[in-house]
Design a protein around this ligand. Structure first.
Ligand code: KG4
Ligand code: ZN
Length: 325
């Protein structure tokens, strides 16, 4: 079975073909122009998706052949509404014209499925989805059966990387730039507070403000130390809360996915602590941490196998929840 996946939830136009779980093609067209604004401009993102969607899908499908597609899937949310509408409408039109089934996929569920591109993981497990738009600690009882154990109450972890990068005059997206700068810095030079909340929730807006005031009050501070100390505080918060939850639920496996899971220090920390507790640790290969359509197609194949139908009239939903009502 060959599935076309499409994701246009934020600033990447992505299309992929997956055959029975195997990646046949994966095209990601990143809208680099947002870097000059220091963040994603929603209106411009939607317009650029419109410009790029046709050739991105064509590039992903041409080697396979449009007539060989068995079904089509696209992200319906969460994400930027204008961006979502482009991929969703395009996928629905194609499915209508080709008269093949259509599946609408939740973007966060897609990030959970990105773990299966290269791994086999037994449920139940805990997955920390940590990206520019989300920080959700998900208890995966079965694929498709989720419980949100915690989430950010304000900024997403990736968003805090992006905002601090902007304060340090680094390029957007900021996660990679901070990670690179932090390599030369001292992570214990500055103590940035990262609020510890009840119920496995997270908060990253306080640390962002703390960094802002620190830079204002210490104009000669070494930016390498600011970057390293900030990164350590965020990683401490993510790991402490995730492992606390994992130990309470007594899971044997733990996973991270989403753009921030590209971060080497975060991956290393999870690897180390998992070993200490005898828990298996999984993360996607780096190219599949950030937004891609392979994860959307994989999720759709799961829907197909489990006879989960998607209503064709499903609407784009910028705040779509992982938990189906
Ligand atoms: O998953 P993604 O592509 O988009 C969303 O669904 O939000 O994640 C993008 C986010 C950005 O905030 C970016 O700064 C962050 O992932 N990111 C990183 C790294 N690479 C990307 N954060 C920390 N360290 C990295 N190496
Ligand atoms: Zn994402």
């Amino acid at each position: 079975m060959i599935t076309l996946g499409i994701d246009t939830s934020c600033d990447d136009t992505s299309a992929s073909c997956v055959k029975d779980g195997k990646v046949l093609s994966n095209i990601v067209f990143s809208q680099v122009f947002h870097s000059k604004y220091g963040g994603v401009m929603p209106e411009l993102a939607a317009r650029d998706h419109l410009k790029n969607i046709t050739f991105t899908v064509k590039e992903a499908v041409t080697p396979i052949g449009f007539n060989n597609l068995d079904n089509i899937s696209a992200t319906y949310g969460p994400g930027l509404i204008g961006s979502l509408l482009v991929g969703l409408s395009f996928a629905k039109s194609l499915s209508y014209v080709k008269n093949i089934p259509f599946y609408a996929v939740n973007h966060i569920e897609g990030h959970i499925f990105s773990l299966f591109i290269e791994n086999k993981i037994s449920c139940p497990f805990i997955c920390l989805v940590v990206s520019g738009g989300h920080t959700e600690l998900v208890y995966v009882k079965e694929m498709g059966e989720y419980e949100i154990m915690g989430r950010t109450l304000d900024d997403a972890a990736g968003e805090s990387f992006d905002k601090v990068a902007r304060m340090l005059k680094l390029t957007y997206p900021g996660g990679q730039a901070i990670e690179k700068l932090a390599e030369r810095g001292n992570p214990i030079a500055i103590k940035f507070p990262c609020s510890k909340l009840k119920d496995y929730n997270f908060s990253f807006s306080g640390i962002k403000t703390a960094v802002l005031y620190y830079i204002k009050n210490n104009p000669n501070a070494k930016t390498i130390d600011v970057a390293a100390s900030f990164q350590k505080a965020v990683i401490d918060s993510l790991t402490n809360t995730t492992f606390e939850c994992a130990l309470k639920l007594k899971v044997n496996s733990i996973a991270i996915s989403g753009g921030v899971s590209r971060n080497n220090k975060l991956r290393e920390r999870f690897t180390k602590i998992s070993k200490q507790y005898g828990i298996k640790f999984y993360c996607p290969e780096k190219d599949f941490c950030t937004d891609n359509a392979v994860m959307i197609a994989l999720c759709a194949q799961h829907y197909f196998k489990n006879k989960i139908v998607s209503p064709f009239n499903i609407k784009a939903n910028s705040r779509a929840s992982l938990i189906r009502s």
